[in-house]
Design a protein around this ligand. Sequence first.
Ligand code: SF4
Length: 328
Amino acid sequence: MRMAAKPLLEIVLASPRGFCAGVERAIETVERALIEFGAPVYVRHEIVHNARVCDDLRAKGAIFVEEVEEVPPNSVVIFSAHGVARRVEDAAAAARHHVIDATCPLVTRVHLGGRRYVAEGRRVILIGHLGHAEVEGTLGQIETPPDQPVLVVADVAEVEALDLPADARVAYVTQTTLSVSDTRSVIEAIRRRWPDAVGPDTRDICYATQNRQQAVTAIASSVDAMVIVGAPNSSNSNRLVEIARTAGIPARLIPNARDLEHGFLKGVRRLGISAGASAPGVVVDEVMTRLSEWFELKVTEAQGVREEVTFRLPRGLGDTLDKIAQRA
Ligand code: SF4
Protein backbone atom coordinates (compact mmCIF):
# COMPACT_ATOMS: atom_id res chain seq x y z
CA MET A 1 0.00 0.00 0.00
CA ARG A 2 1.42 3.41 -0.92
CA MET A 3 1.87 5.85 1.94
CA ALA A 4 0.01 9.12 1.50
CA ALA A 5 2.37 12.03 0.77
CA LYS A 6 2.95 14.32 3.73
CA PRO A 7 1.60 17.86 3.39
CA LEU A 8 4.12 20.61 2.69
CA LEU A 9 5.07 22.99 5.52
CA GLU A 10 7.32 25.96 4.86
CA ILE A 11 9.58 26.85 7.77
CA VAL A 12 11.13 30.28 8.16
CA LEU A 13 13.90 30.34 10.77
CA ALA A 14 14.36 33.71 12.47
CA SER A 15 17.91 34.98 12.56
CA PRO A 16 19.52 35.48 14.99
CA ARG A 17 17.92 33.07 17.46
CA GLY A 18 19.04 31.02 20.45
CA PHE A 19 22.10 31.43 22.65
CA CYS A 20 23.55 34.88 23.27
CA ALA A 21 27.11 35.67 24.34
CA GLY A 22 26.13 35.98 28.03
CA VAL A 23 24.49 32.55 28.07
CA GLU A 24 27.40 30.89 26.24
CA ARG A 25 29.81 32.43 28.72
CA ALA A 26 27.74 31.30 31.71
CA ILE A 27 27.47 27.69 30.51
CA GLU A 28 31.16 27.56 29.63
CA THR A 29 31.96 28.93 33.08
CA VAL A 30 30.24 25.98 34.76
CA GLU A 31 31.80 23.45 32.38
CA ARG A 32 35.28 24.84 32.91
CA ALA A 33 34.84 25.07 36.67
CA LEU A 34 33.89 21.37 36.70
CA ILE A 35 37.10 20.54 34.85
CA GLU A 36 39.27 22.81 36.95
CA PHE A 37 37.89 22.08 40.42
CA GLY A 38 36.09 18.76 39.90
CA ALA A 39 32.51 17.98 40.90
CA PRO A 40 30.60 19.19 42.66
CA VAL A 41 30.47 22.87 41.86
CA TYR A 42 27.47 24.75 43.21
CA VAL A 43 25.49 27.11 41.01
CA ARG A 44 23.25 29.67 42.63
CA HIS A 45 19.96 29.72 40.72
CA GLU A 46 19.57 28.19 37.25
CA ILE A 47 22.76 29.26 35.45
CA VAL A 48 20.46 30.36 32.60
CA HIS A 49 16.70 29.91 32.48
CA ASN A 50 16.58 26.61 30.65
CA ALA A 51 15.90 23.20 32.23
CA ARG A 52 17.68 21.33 29.43
CA VAL A 53 20.88 23.30 29.96
CA CYS A 54 20.70 22.79 33.72
CA ASP A 55 20.01 19.04 33.39
CA ASP A 56 23.08 18.66 31.15
CA LEU A 57 25.26 20.48 33.68
CA ARG A 58 23.72 18.55 36.57
CA ALA A 59 24.72 15.32 34.84
CA LYS A 60 28.31 16.62 34.73
CA GLY A 61 28.38 17.40 38.45
CA ALA A 62 26.82 20.84 38.96
CA ILE A 63 24.48 21.25 41.92
CA PHE A 64 21.90 24.00 41.64
CA VAL A 65 20.79 25.83 44.78
CA GLU A 66 18.60 28.87 45.34
CA GLU A 67 20.63 30.30 48.23
CA VAL A 68 24.31 30.11 49.10
CA GLU A 69 23.30 29.15 52.66
CA GLU A 70 22.46 25.69 51.21
CA VAL A 71 26.11 25.18 50.19
CA PRO A 72 28.75 23.56 52.47
CA PRO A 73 31.55 26.00 53.50
CA ASN A 74 34.65 26.32 51.31
CA SER A 75 32.87 25.22 48.14
CA VAL A 76 33.09 26.45 44.58
CA VAL A 77 30.04 28.64 43.96
CA ILE A 78 29.04 30.12 40.62
CA PHE A 79 26.59 33.01 40.38
CA SER A 80 24.17 32.76 37.47
CA ALA A 81 24.05 35.05 34.41
CA HIS A 82 21.19 37.02 35.97
CA GLY A 83 23.37 38.48 38.71
CA VAL A 84 22.97 38.49 42.49
CA ALA A 85 22.33 40.99 45.26
CA ARG A 86 25.21 42.21 47.40
CA ARG A 87 23.86 40.25 50.37
CA VAL A 88 24.46 37.06 48.35
CA GLU A 89 28.05 38.10 47.62
CA ASP A 90 28.52 38.83 51.33
CA ALA A 91 27.05 35.46 52.37
CA ALA A 92 29.35 33.65 49.94
CA ALA A 93 32.39 35.53 51.24
CA ALA A 94 31.42 34.79 54.88
CA ALA A 95 31.19 31.06 54.09
CA ARG A 96 34.65 31.28 52.44
CA HIS A 97 33.38 29.97 49.13
CA HIS A 98 35.48 30.25 45.99
CA VAL A 99 33.14 32.44 43.96
CA ILE A 100 33.03 32.60 40.18
CA ASP A 101 30.64 35.29 39.08
CA ALA A 102 28.98 34.48 35.74
CA THR A 103 26.74 37.56 35.86
CA CYS A 104 26.44 38.75 32.27
CA PRO A 105 28.58 41.87 31.78
CA LEU A 106 25.53 43.60 30.30
CA VAL A 107 23.64 43.03 33.55
CA THR A 108 26.62 44.36 35.51
CA ARG A 109 26.48 47.48 33.32
CA VAL A 110 22.91 48.07 34.52
CA HIS A 111 24.04 47.71 38.16
CA LEU A 112 26.79 50.28 37.59
CA GLY A 113 24.38 52.69 35.87
CA GLY A 114 21.94 52.47 38.77
CA ARG A 115 24.68 53.11 41.32
CA ARG A 116 25.89 56.12 39.36
CA TYR A 117 22.40 57.65 39.39
CA VAL A 118 22.10 57.12 43.14
CA ALA A 119 25.48 58.83 43.62
CA GLU A 120 24.10 61.79 41.64
CA GLY A 121 21.30 62.04 44.21
CA ARG A 122 18.59 60.71 41.88
CA ARG A 123 15.68 58.46 42.71
CA VAL A 124 16.07 55.31 40.60
CA ILE A 125 13.17 53.58 38.86
CA LEU A 126 13.89 50.08 37.60
CA ILE A 127 11.72 49.05 34.67
CA GLY A 128 11.31 45.29 34.93
CA HIS A 129 9.37 42.38 36.33
CA LEU A 130 9.46 42.06 40.10
CA GLY A 131 10.36 38.52 41.14
CA HIS A 132 12.63 37.87 38.11
CA ALA A 133 16.12 36.83 39.22
CA GLU A 134 17.79 39.67 37.32
CA VAL A 135 15.53 42.29 38.91
CA GLU A 136 16.14 40.85 42.38
CA GLY A 137 19.89 40.99 41.75
CA THR A 138 19.76 44.54 40.38
CA LEU A 139 17.69 45.73 43.34
CA GLY A 140 20.27 44.23 45.66
CA GLN A 141 23.19 45.82 43.82
CA ILE A 142 21.97 49.42 43.84
CA GLU A 143 22.45 50.64 47.38
CA THR A 144 20.25 53.59 48.29
CA PRO A 145 19.41 55.68 51.34
CA PRO A 146 16.90 53.64 53.40
CA ASP A 147 14.04 56.05 52.66
CA GLN A 148 14.72 56.08 48.90
CA PRO A 149 14.58 52.47 47.70
CA VAL A 150 14.70 51.68 44.00
CA LEU A 151 11.15 51.62 42.62
CA VAL A 152 10.18 48.81 40.25
CA VAL A 153 7.61 49.39 37.51
CA ALA A 154 6.48 46.97 34.82
CA ASP A 155 4.08 49.14 32.82
CA VAL A 156 2.65 52.59 32.22
CA ALA A 157 -0.07 52.20 34.86
CA GLU A 158 2.57 51.48 37.51
CA VAL A 159 4.48 54.61 36.50
CA GLU A 160 1.31 56.67 36.87
CA ALA A 161 0.68 55.20 40.31
CA LEU A 162 4.14 56.03 41.67
CA ASP A 163 4.03 58.16 44.81
CA LEU A 164 6.79 60.61 43.89
CA PRO A 165 6.60 64.43 43.76
CA ALA A 166 6.71 66.24 40.42
CA ASP A 167 10.06 67.83 41.29
CA ALA A 168 11.80 64.53 42.14
CA ARG A 169 15.16 64.03 40.41
CA VAL A 170 14.45 60.75 38.66
CA ALA A 171 16.61 58.26 36.75
CA TYR A 172 15.66 54.90 35.32
CA VAL A 173 17.38 51.68 34.36
CA THR A 174 15.85 48.58 32.78
CA GLN A 175 15.96 44.82 32.91
CA THR A 176 18.00 43.54 29.95
CA THR A 177 15.34 41.24 28.50
CA LEU A 178 12.29 43.48 28.09
CA SER A 179 10.22 44.22 25.03
CA VAL A 180 11.77 47.23 23.30
CA SER A 181 8.42 48.73 22.30
CA ASP A 182 6.74 48.22 25.70
CA THR A 183 9.75 49.70 27.45
CA ARG A 184 9.66 52.72 25.19
CA SER A 185 6.10 53.50 26.30
CA VAL A 186 7.06 53.09 29.98
CA ILE A 187 9.99 55.49 29.48
CA GLU A 188 7.66 57.98 27.79
CA ALA A 189 5.32 57.75 30.78
CA ILE A 190 8.25 58.45 33.14
CA ARG A 191 9.27 61.46 31.04
CA ARG A 192 5.72 62.78 30.99
CA ARG A 193 5.73 62.90 34.80
CA TRP A 194 9.39 63.89 35.25
CA PRO A 195 10.57 65.61 32.06
CA ASP A 196 14.15 65.83 33.37
CA ALA A 197 14.37 62.09 34.06
CA VAL A 198 17.61 60.58 32.80
CA GLY A 199 18.32 57.04 31.68
CA PRO A 200 19.79 54.94 28.89
CA ASP A 201 16.57 55.00 26.81
CA THR A 202 16.19 51.36 25.73
CA ARG A 203 19.95 50.77 25.54
CA ASP A 204 19.93 48.66 28.73
CA ILE A 205 17.89 46.12 26.79
CA CYS A 206 20.75 44.01 25.56
CA TYR A 207 21.85 43.55 21.95
CA ALA A 208 20.74 39.89 21.95
CA THR A 209 17.24 40.67 23.20
CA GLN A 210 16.88 43.46 20.65
CA ASN A 211 18.19 41.38 17.75
CA ARG A 212 15.91 38.41 18.54
CA GLN A 213 12.89 40.68 18.83
CA GLN A 214 13.72 42.37 15.53
CA ALA A 215 14.16 38.99 13.88
CA VAL A 216 10.72 37.81 15.02
CA THR A 217 9.11 41.07 13.90
CA ALA A 218 10.83 40.75 10.51
CA ILE A 219 9.28 37.37 9.71
CA ALA A 220 5.95 37.71 11.56
CA SER A 221 4.16 39.30 8.60
CA SER A 222 5.13 36.50 6.23
CA VAL A 223 4.19 33.44 8.33
CA ASP A 224 0.86 32.03 9.57
CA ALA A 225 2.08 31.12 13.07
CA MET A 226 5.21 31.13 15.17
CA VAL A 227 6.91 28.68 17.50
CA ILE A 228 9.36 30.08 20.05
CA VAL A 229 11.70 27.60 21.68
CA GLY A 230 12.35 28.61 25.27
CA ALA A 231 11.57 27.97 28.91
CA PRO A 232 8.41 29.25 30.62
CA ASN A 233 10.56 31.27 33.07
CA SER A 234 12.73 32.79 30.32
CA SER A 235 11.86 36.48 30.14
CA ASN A 236 13.31 37.10 26.69
CA SER A 237 11.57 34.01 25.24
CA ASN A 238 8.20 35.16 26.57
CA ARG A 239 8.76 38.58 25.02
CA LEU A 240 9.27 36.91 21.62
CA VAL A 241 5.91 35.16 21.97
CA GLU A 242 4.24 38.46 22.85
CA ILE A 243 5.83 40.20 19.88
CA ALA A 244 4.57 37.54 17.47
CA ARG A 245 1.07 37.73 18.95
CA THR A 246 1.10 41.53 18.80
CA ALA A 247 1.91 41.17 15.11
CA GLY A 248 -1.38 39.28 14.82
CA ILE A 249 -0.30 35.65 14.50
CA PRO A 250 -0.74 32.72 16.90
CA ALA A 251 2.46 31.90 18.77
CA ARG A 252 3.47 29.16 21.18
CA LEU A 253 6.31 28.87 23.64
CA ILE A 254 7.78 25.36 23.35
CA PRO A 255 10.27 24.26 26.06
CA ASN A 256 10.86 20.93 24.28
CA ALA A 257 9.97 19.38 20.92
CA ARG A 258 7.44 17.05 22.56
CA ASP A 259 5.46 20.12 23.70
CA LEU A 260 4.63 21.00 20.09
CA GLU A 261 1.08 19.89 19.34
CA HIS A 262 -0.03 18.93 15.87
CA GLY A 263 -3.32 20.77 16.43
CA PHE A 264 -1.49 24.10 16.71
CA LEU A 265 -0.40 23.71 13.08
CA LYS A 266 -3.91 23.27 11.67
CA GLY A 267 -4.22 25.50 8.60
CA VAL A 268 -0.58 26.68 8.92
CA ARG A 269 1.33 26.67 5.64
CA ARG A 270 4.27 28.86 6.68
CA LEU A 271 5.62 28.51 10.21
CA GLY A 272 8.15 30.86 11.79
CA ILE A 273 10.57 29.43 14.35
CA SER A 274 12.78 31.27 16.77
CA ALA A 275 14.44 30.57 20.12
CA GLY A 276 15.12 32.65 23.20
CA ALA A 277 18.64 33.60 24.24
CA SER A 278 18.83 30.74 26.76
CA ALA A 279 17.41 28.02 24.46
CA PRO A 280 19.86 25.44 23.08
CA GLY A 281 19.99 25.01 19.30
CA VAL A 282 19.58 21.25 19.72
CA VAL A 283 15.95 21.80 20.81
CA VAL A 284 15.27 23.71 17.58
CA ASP A 285 16.76 20.74 15.70
CA GLU A 286 14.46 18.39 17.64
CA VAL A 287 11.44 20.56 16.81
CA MET A 288 12.37 20.30 13.13
CA THR A 289 12.66 16.52 13.44
CA ARG A 290 9.21 16.33 15.03
CA LEU A 291 7.76 18.52 12.30
CA SER A 292 9.35 16.36 9.63
CA GLU A 293 7.39 13.37 10.99
CA TRP A 294 4.18 15.18 10.08
CA PHE A 295 5.14 17.34 7.10
CA GLU A 296 7.38 17.63 4.09
CA LEU A 297 9.52 20.58 5.14
CA LYS A 298 10.82 23.41 3.02
CA VAL A 299 13.20 25.38 5.22
CA THR A 300 14.55 28.89 4.69
CA GLU A 301 16.56 31.02 7.09
CA ALA A 302 15.75 34.72 7.23
CA GLN A 303 18.53 37.25 6.78
CA GLY A 304 19.39 38.87 10.09
CA VAL A 305 21.98 40.75 12.07
CA ARG A 306 25.27 38.86 12.40
CA GLU A 307 26.29 38.74 16.03
CA GLU A 308 29.97 38.82 16.87
CA VAL A 309 29.77 39.67 20.57
CA THR A 310 31.85 37.52 22.92
CA PHE A 311 32.65 38.00 26.59
CA ARG A 312 35.78 36.93 28.46
CA LEU A 313 35.28 34.25 31.08
CA PRO A 314 34.91 35.52 34.65
CA ARG A 315 37.71 35.73 37.16
CA GLY A 316 38.27 32.64 39.28
CA LEU A 317 38.95 30.26 36.39
CA GLY A 318 42.70 30.64 36.51
CA ASP A 319 44.53 27.73 34.99
CA THR A 320 41.58 26.05 33.31
CA LEU A 321 42.99 26.09 29.82
CA ASP A 322 46.21 24.42 30.98
CA LYS A 323 44.22 21.68 32.71
CA ILE A 324 42.13 21.06 29.64
CA ALA A 325 45.32 20.78 27.58
CA GLN A 326 46.80 18.28 30.10
CA ARG A 327 43.72 16.07 29.98
CA ALA A 328 43.51 16.11 26.18
FE1 SF4 B 1 23.53 38.96 28.69
FE2 SF4 B 1 21.58 39.75 27.06
FE3 SF4 B 1 22.25 37.22 27.12
FE4 SF4 B 1 21.00 38.30 29.22
S1 SF4 B 1 20.16 38.01 27.16
S2 SF4 B 1 22.77 36.93 29.27
S3 SF4 B 1 21.89 40.37 29.20
S4 SF4 B 1 23.60 38.94 26.45
